[in-house]
Design a protein around this ligand. Sequence first.
Ligand code: SAH
Length: 415
Amino acid sequence: MSPRFHHCYELDPSVISSDIAGQIFLKPKRAQPFYSRHPWVFAGAIERIEGEPADGAAVDVRSHVGNFVARGLFNSQSKIQVRLYSWDETAVFDREFFKARLERAISFRHDLLHLNTGPNAAYRVAFSEADQLSGMVVDRYGEYLTVQFTSLALAERRVMLGELLMELLGAKGVYLRTEKGIGKLEGVVLQDGLLCGEMPPAEVVIEENGLKFAVNLSEGQKTGYYLDQRDNRTAVAEFAKGKRVLDAFSYSGGFGVYAARAGAVEVECVDASEPALKLAERNAELNGLSVMKFHKSDVFTRLEELAIEGRKFDIIVLDPPKFARDRAAIPEAIKGYRRLHALAVKLLDANGIMVSCCCSGLITMDMLEDVIGQVAVVAKRDIQVFERRGPSADHPVAVSCREGSYLKCILSRVV
Ligand code: SAH
């Protein structure tokens, strides 16, 4: 994208001061995680607050004896009372600071990963804690960007951040997406809408590994497209030539489109959402892929139907939404994954490939392998795990905040 300059629509962001408005003293023995650069200071670790920092203001976090630990942004309405952005006592959270952070994130994608940066490029520009920007996610779709805020303090700085993004990436527009429930968690009052520049068109066509995908930035799920599965789609497509493929929980058909281009003889996309399947159909059309079929249904119901019909597949992709939102939901989630895998195994022909994706951060790779193991026993089939994968490299994890690790993708052969 060529450099352009646009102003955002709201007030001058300089009203947000970068002065240190408070001192947060930690309880004894509670400073270690923050010396280790974990960015979330929960209320339970705080002993007392000096000063009266407003929500969104800059504060210093100190050990109980008063030693400087880190500098962050305060929010009394969140369980995460301080999000830490710097371990340098001289840091100032001004425009230059955030510009440098965004440049660091962009440089990782452009200079190290060498991602396509052409006019139809699509990648994650910044990924919250992983890019030392706790509470901000930026995705690029061609000449437009989406931004999501999960921190009140960064949401308050959205005009400055939006302008910086326009400037650094030469984008035509930045569209603000909000995640359900975040208003309550952080006290952020935001609505989806244009933040800077021009309104993106209803259909932005991006290119991923030579394939075209239609993305709707304002209405689509997540921020319009699942960028994190890019490399997993490529990995699955390796095996797809001449194969019958079932893309379960297909959304806009990512896995199915890759498999069809690789020469699959049959691809069925299943999703419960009508708009998702419309997008998948559009994507099949954009890439001239005629083997693709679409079925609007609950996946569990469809897998049962296919078994009754005696249908068989060579590759089944299972990419369900997050089943476990909190710790209490883990046992039910495991049951759900188990049922899903049990149904899939029945539909796989000899030596079929099962692709098990799981985007619940609370379910680990080991737990997912356990599910596959249990299903193998019940089905009396031998299953060999041969690839353990994660998200694409533009979705990194900060070693200091492994909570950011969420996507797992296991390829196994069902003998
Ligand atoms: N595989 C997709 C992303 C899947 S996101 C890709 O590569 O882009 C999960 C999808 O599951 C969503 O599209 C959602 O509509 C669908 N979904 C959720 N619950 C479902 C259910 N019980 N049956 C069918 N589809 C479901």
